[in-house]
Design a protein around this ligand. Structure first.
Ligand SMILES: Nc1ncnc2c1ncn2[C@@H]1O[C@H](COP(=O)(O)OP(=O)(O)OP(=O)(O)O)[C@@H](O)[C@H]1O
Ligand SMILES: [Mg+2]
Length: 512
């Protein structure tokens, strides 16, 4: 396999999709050509400094000259850090790879932390490969397909020509399917990739233009090709290093054992691929396109991951690593040291830092109304005003989450527009983090604390998962009564953490 490394991709990775929904209104960074941010463009509002800075990073990435840099977006929760990263990814274009990863995903994948990170790094590096392929290009004269009565094998003939020659090709099943799928008719100029059998329709032949006077204006007319039917043509395609890794480790066969998942990829495979790619680069056959690896909630990484990143940034093939965090001075996981943003100082030292700041009322109102439009929710003026106030006093994300809740409440009343009342009700039903903390503090004895203590009725219990001995006497605390409005239990859906060591729902004592 050292000599033949395949770069043909059949499937695309779709990981990272979950990050997008909350940011679906964002289509770019909203900058002018000179990188000046517009107040409200491409779904982004305000946060001008940070957007301009992200624009500069974008230019650096597009220039493709530098790699191995780290950028940290730091700021309070709900101030658009993830949003700006998404805006940047939208502006990158399809050629430059962008990988989004929430730091906690590193731990949840079925591979080791470093393997998960290595894959993320290699997904973020594009290799633009020039290849010569053989194609057949010409104008279709006739397609003849014989269907056997038994419905068995199909057979056919394709007559195709250039201005200089005409040839008849026998068609197999696969080609017939391809031609049918592409709706190829006589008079079309097509190109067939000989290796893959892929058929591309280039347009209709000019010589047939008169036959098609009923055609729509979108019909493209092209000249009938000249010369030989079979040609060699240079094609350029971009794949990520990770994709090359996966394809080539599949060829070795051992991955069949892993139910089609990528699993761990051996370092030998990666070394061979690195060598080969470096060779291609020397020969001018390939170009390296460093992309962007975005690690959200980066404070969730531990010290081992951070030192991995530190080292990986120095690698020959390194993307630009963009990180986001809402932590201030806090402990780095896996250590007892406190440091800014919970990140080790050596990595912080390499990073350029972009700050996001809290929004003004006007900005919050604009963002909320963009979100409402995006979610196809009609808000009355009062409703938007209240929602804005909620956004200012709690968080933008909480207010934004209330939009769809309030819509459901309005729909129940068969109203198409969300009114002030609906927002009020939604606000009562779902706690924001501050009220949830207050509630917890008031009722702290009913929850299990860090040492496993909980009060049920007027008795103290020690929570032990293995021995639920409390069944006999404990009266059930009227707890999971979530629907009642007076005692809302459901914790708000804000992603921010409210207090450390706060008990999770699953930890609640089961008493029935
Ligand atoms: N400047 C902005 N323009 C438009 N929408 C924004 C802007 N800032 C934030 N939003 C939207 O507000 C919501 C919260 O923002 P986002 O998720 O980017 O916050 P964050 O800074 O990443 O917060 P956290 O630290 O909690 O991860 C998202 O739906 C986001 O799309
Ligand atoms: Mg975020």
């Amino acid at each position: 396999m050292a000599t033949s490394i395949s770069t043909k991709v059949t499937t695309r990775d779709v990981s990272g999709l979950s990050l997008i929904a909350a940011h679906s209104h964002i289509t770019g960074l909203g900058l002018e050509d000179n990188l000046q941010p517009k107040e409200n463009a491409q779904g982004l509002v305000g946060q001008l400094q940070a957007r301009k800075a992200a624009g500069i990073v974008l230019k650096m990435v597009q220039a493709g000259k530098i790699a191995g840099r780290a950028v940290l977006i730091a700021g309070p929760p709900s101030t658009g850090k993830t949003a700006i990263a998404m805006g940047l990814s939208q502006s990158l274009g399809s050629e430059v790879p962008f990988t989004a990863l929430a730091a906690s995903e590193v731990y949840s994948l079925e591979v080791s932390k470093t393997e998960a990170l290595t894959q993320a790094f290699r997904k973020s590096i594009g290799i633009r490969i020039k290849e010569e392929t053989e194609i057949i290009e010409g104008e279709v004269v006739e397609i003849q397909i014989d269907r056997s009565i038994t419905g068995g094998h199909k057979q056919g003939k394709l007559t195709i020509k250039t201005t200089d020659m005409e040839t008849i090709y026998e068609l197999g099943n696969k080609m017939i399917e391809g031609l049918t799928k592409e709706k190829v008719l006589a008079g079309d100029v097509i190109s067939i990739d000989k290796a893959s059998g892929k058929i591309t329709k280039l347009g209709k032949s000019f010589t047939r233009a008169r036959d098609y006077d009923a055609m729509g204006p979108e019909t493209k007319f092209v000249q009938c090709p000249e010369g030989e039917l079979q040609k060699r043509k240079e094609v350029v395609h971009t794949v990520s290093l990770h994709e090359i890794d996966v394809i080539n480790s599949r060829q070795q066969g051992f991955l069949a054992l892993f139910s089609g998942d990528t699993g761990e990829i051996s370092s030998e495979v990666r070394d061979q691929i690195n060598t080969k790619v470096a060779e291609w680069k020397e020969e001018g056959k390939a170009e390296i396109v460093p992309g962007v690896l975005f690690i959200d909630e980066v404070h969730m990484l531990d010290i081992e991951c951070f030192s991995f990143i530190n080292r990986a940034l120095e690698d020959d093939f390194s993307p630009i690593v963009m990180m986001a965090t809402n932590r201030g001075i806090s402990k780095t996981r896996g250590t007892d040291y406190k440091s800014p943003h919970g990140m080790p100082l050596d990595l912080l030292d390499r990073s350029i830092i972009i700050h996001t700041t809290t929004y003004t009322g006007d900005e919050i109102r604009t963002i909320l109304s963009i979100r409402a439009t995006e979610e196809e929710v009609e808000l009355s003026a009062d409703a938007l005003a209240l929602l804005t106030k909620i956004g200012q006093e709690t968080s933008l994300r909480y207010a934004s989450n209330l939009i769809s809740v309030a819509q459901q409440i309005a729909l129940k009343k068969r109203n198409s527009q969300v009114e002030l009342q609906d927002i009020k009700r939604a606000y009562m039903l779902f706690l924001d983090s501050d009220r949830s903390v207050q509630y917890l503090e008031k009722n702290s004895s009913q929850y299990i604390d860090d040492s496993g203590r909980v009060t049920i009725g007027d008795k103290d219990f020690k929570h032990e998962a293995s021995k639920p001995e409390t069944e006999s006497e404990a009266k059930p605390e009227a707890k999971p009564d979530t629907e009642s409005e007076t005692k809302p239990e459901t914790k708000p859906d804000t992603e921010q953490e409210t207090a450390n060591g706060q008990p999770k729902d699953e930890d609640k004592m089961e008493t029935d």
